[in-house]
Write a protein that binds this ligand. Structure first.
Ligand SMILES: [Zn+2]
Ligand SMILES: [Zn+2]
Length: 64
């Protein structure tokens, strides 16, 4: 079995809240900051279930 040089898995996608890679964490959500619409917020399933707060790195907005 040959490995494709084009790997579509982006391991750089990190959960905004806990910093772990969301690619291997199952389902995750991705949305723009509701306050400034400039930062992409990512939340892994774990943080979603725990309702952990996220913080926008652009404007500092914090939300559940
Ligand atoms: Zn997380
Ligand atoms: Zn923001």
């Amino acid at each position: 079995m040959e490995q494709s040089p084009e790997t579509t898995v982006d391991s750089k996608k990190l959960c905004t809240t806990c910093g772990s890679s969301v690619v291997y964490a199952g389902t995750f959500v991705e949305f723009l900051c509701p306050n400034c619409n400039q930062d992409l917020i990512r939340r892994c399933e774990k943080c979603k279930n725990l309702s952990n707060n996220y913080k926008c790195s652009k404007c500092g907005f914090m939300g559940p």
